[in-house]
Ligand binder design. Structure first.
Ligand code: MG
Length: 159
């Protein structure tokens, strides 16, 4: 069996007048993430982790934010494409481990829905998707409530 590991990270500014969508789930919040697409920080990080495991560049190379096709696009399109590339290269997802960094609101009530949603896009079991949440403890842009960040590690395997 061949294994490949990948890591992805992303950050988006939090502003008024935008929805906060994380892992395809809308979070009740006064602030939302700014970006060209729906600015789903978690799906972007997982997409980058899969592309990274395949050494196929990054999300910006595949889906440039200068391309109007991706304006306000639902980010599940990006992750679905990365999963297709993974299968085209003969790999399956072993597991993904993710951390979301957000000061408020608390994400605990949303975590299982986020895990199920990411698993559905990747066509895998929810138990293969770990999503953890941390606050910024009042320091840095996350801690000051100005940004949301996500990190993701994936393990791919080829039989
Ligand atoms: Mg992004």
């Amino acid at each position: 069996m061949t294994f490949r590991v990948g890591f992805g990270t992303d950050i988006h500014r939090l502003i008024k007048g935008r929805a906060l969508i994380i892992g395809g789930v809308e979070i009740e919040s006064d602030l939302g993430s700014e970006g060209h697409s729906d600015a789903d920080v978690l799906l972007h990080a997982v997409t980058d982790a899969i592309l990274g495991a395949l050494a196929l560049g990054d999300i910006g190379a595949h889906f440039p934010n200068t391309d109007d096709r991706w304006r306000d696009a639902s980010s599940h399109v990006f992750l679905k494409r990365a999963a297709e590339l993974m299968r085209e290269h003969g790999y399956e997802l072993g597991n993904a481990d993710c951390t979301i960094h957000l000061e408020a609101p608390k994400l605990r009530p949303y975590i299982d829905r986020i895990r199920a949603h990411v698993a559905a896009i990747l066509i895998t079991e929810t138990e293969n998707i770990s999503v953890k949440a941390k606050t910024g403890e009042g320091v840095d842009a996350v801690g000051e409530g100005r940004a949301v960040r996500a990190d993701a590690t994936v393990l791919l395997h080829k039989p």
